[in-house]
Design a protein around this ligand. Structure first.
Ligand SMILES: [Zn+2]
Length: 457
């Protein structure tokens, strides 16, 4: 199968030019100004951008949490991702206490197998460490699961103490892996949550009011300090607070390999959403919580000046009906998370590029190239170049869509951006040379996605 994309404006993290792309099988075979080779199909991309497929390195598909399971599995989640212009996800496998890392990896491979419509990799969440588990970390890095996620929050469930975190950091320093950190001070939050509940404060907004920005700033500082002592890079996930961004900025100014991602919800939503009437605020219960509106400006600045290197989604949807309502009388029982896998590219283009916060090249860098580099997928993924996987989005910068749970493909009964109009949307999406979204219709195949063996640092 060969494909020719003609007359588009090709945009990568570094370049922008009028050009044609010839795809042979799964790879980009040639790029030129007026290619004439015969192809099985020719796509006219006049007036459109031709971008590397989006890479979302923070998703939770089919994930058990708080007595329920995230509403999208690898089928609905990756089909929704494709509609939104994302062609690669890196999801999280979870080691539960008493389990080996390989057991966790097998469990998540089975969840994805036969279901994923786009390519996928895994980070491994470590909840328990031993000499044997440390050896397994080395093996996983060799087998292509090259990043590990640790938690400084959720005591009794996911949280690790500093000694365990430090050991894991030292190990990845040797084996070429990367540590992703959920940086919030779980001990402090636990005390604040118990106190609020004892005072009868049960509404969704108390989820945010018991997770102060300083608790994220403190943990971010500690995570970076532990990584500095272990002499390894660190990647802070879902950074939401200005207090945390300051810590990353300070570390980077000192030349430390500290990296961080933020997510669209922290750029477009704010604490005000928790003040919605009734139980509506539960839609936005996620950790870290939404912050004060002024924070958005700081995060955009961080993205523009490379203090933040990626925009991922932390896609972790729970329906309002029967899921979020688990916390109807107790905010601490509301499943944490919100949908976002499908809306990332349009939201960031509309609210980032069109508003002038970031350039078009930086948009590609933040949503594709930089996560590919940090997580060992580049140059196979994350750019458009001869020999790279033909993961390509033909993106229409003038197409306006209205975000709504009724028309989006995520399997969740609400959308945090319901009714928001965004300009800039996918037209055609190509995954390893196959057209998987064609003018808004999914034309791919469930199960066609492959596990991505990622490279160590
Ligand atoms: Zn997450």
């Amino acid at each position: 199968m060969t494909l020719l994309i003609k007359h588009g404006t090709v945009v990568t993290a570094t370049d922008q030019y009028r050009g044609d792309i010839f795809i042979d099988g799964e790879k980009v075979a040639a790029i030129g100004t007026s290619l004439t080779m015969a192809a099985d199909r020719t796509i006219d991309a006049s007036g459109k951008y031709v971008l590397p497929g989006g890479i979302d390195v923070h998703t939770h598909l089919d994930m058990p949490f708080g007595g329920t399971t995230s509403a999208d599995d690898f089928e609905s989640g990756t089909v929704a991702a494709a509609h939104g212009g994302t062609t690669t996800v890196v999801d999280f496998a979870i080691q539960y206490k008493g389990q080996t890392l390989h057991h966790a990896w097998d469990t998540w491979m089975k969840k994805a197998d036969g279901k994923a419509a786009i390519d996928y990799g895994f980070h491994m969440i470590i909840t328990e460490l031993s000499d044997q588990i440390e050896q397994e970390m080395d093996a996983l890095v060799r087998q292509g699961v090259t990043s590990f996620k640790l938690f400084m929050a959720y005591p009794g469930v996911f949280m690790l103490d500093d000694a365990t975190i430090f050991r894991a950091l030292l190990r990845t320093g040797k084996n070429g892996g990367t540590i992703c950190m959920h940086a919030e001070n779980g001990g402090v939050i636990d005390v604040l949550v118990k106190r609020a509940l004892a005072e009868g404060k049960t509404a969704p907004k108390y989820h945010a009011l018991t997770r102060p920005a300083r608790a994220e700033g403190e943990a971010t500082h500690r995570a970076i300090a532990l990584a500095e002592m272990a002499d390894v890079p660190i990647y802070i996930v879902h950074l939401s607070a200005a207090e945390a961004l300051e810590m990353v900025t300070e570390a980077r100014d000192r030349g430390l390999p500290a990296y961080a991602e933020t997510c669209p919800q922290y750029l477009f939503l704010s604490y005000d959403n928790y003040e919605d009437p009734g139980f509506e605020g539960a839609k936005y219960v996620m950790s870290p919580p939404l912050r004060a509106r002024e924070t958005q400006r700081r995060l955009w600045r961080g993205l523009a000046f490379d203090d933040l290197q990626a925009i991922s989604t932390d896609h972790c949807p729970f329906c309002m009906k029967e899921q979020k309502t688990l916390g109807q009388d107790d905010f601490s029982k509301i499943p944490n998370g919100a949908p976002g896998i499908e809306t990332r590219m349009s939201l960031v283009y509309d609210g980032g590029v069109r508003t002038g916060h970031i350039s078009l090249n930086r948009f590609v860098e933040l949503t594709s190239t930089s996560p590919a580099k940090i997580f060992g997928l580049f140059p196979r993924k994350g750019t458009i170049a001869p020999g790279s996987d033909a993961d390509i989005v033909v993106f229409d910068p003038d197409k306006t869509i209205t975000l709504s749970a009724r028309t989006l493909h995520m399997k969740v009964d609400y959308n945090p951006y319901e009714g928001r109009e965004v300009t800039g949307a996918t037209d055609t999406v190509i995954s390893r040379g196959r057209v998987i979204v064609d003018g808004g219709t999914f034309t791919g195949r469930v199960g066609a996605g492959s596990f991505l063996k990622r490279n160590p640092r």
